[in-house]
Design a protein. Structure first.
Length: 118
């Protein structure tokens, strides 16, 4: 089992920045990838970014490339999502997730609200 705790959401004006954090505990040695997803009201949850737990590989949705950066701190077992140049369409609940292999993400955080005002 892996437990994920997110923090860092809030309200920001368009063009502003926020940094989300996700700290993992439990069987972290088994993590293959950690990712960020988001779900806006009335929409399906969508992939935002992911990072390999033990390799320098990152992945991004086209909609956030060049604006968001995912990174990790191995010592703190924490993954970050730095979000710059935020747009109103980035408004959503952001979820951290982890998986042990290349299949579905098995573990999810509780979510943190990000609201971007125009």
């Amino acid at each position: 089992q892996v437990q994920l705790v997110e923090s860092g959401g809030g309200v920001v004006q368009a063009g502003g920045s926020l940094r989300l954090s996700c700290t993992a505990s439990g069987r972290t040695f088994s993590i293959y990838t950690m990712g960020w997803f988001r779900q806006a009201p009335g929409k399906e949850r969508e992939f935002v970014a992911a990072i390999r737990w033990s390799a320098p590989r990152t992945y991004y949705a086209e909609s956030v490339k060049g604006r968001f950066t995912i990174s990790r701190d191995d010592a703190k077992k924490t993954v970050y999502l730095q979000m710059n140049s935020l747009k109103p369409e980035d408004t959503a609940v952001y979820y951290c997730a982890a998986r042990f292999n290349r299949s579905d993400y098995n573990y999810w955080g509780q979510g943190t609200q990000v609201t971007v005002s125009s």
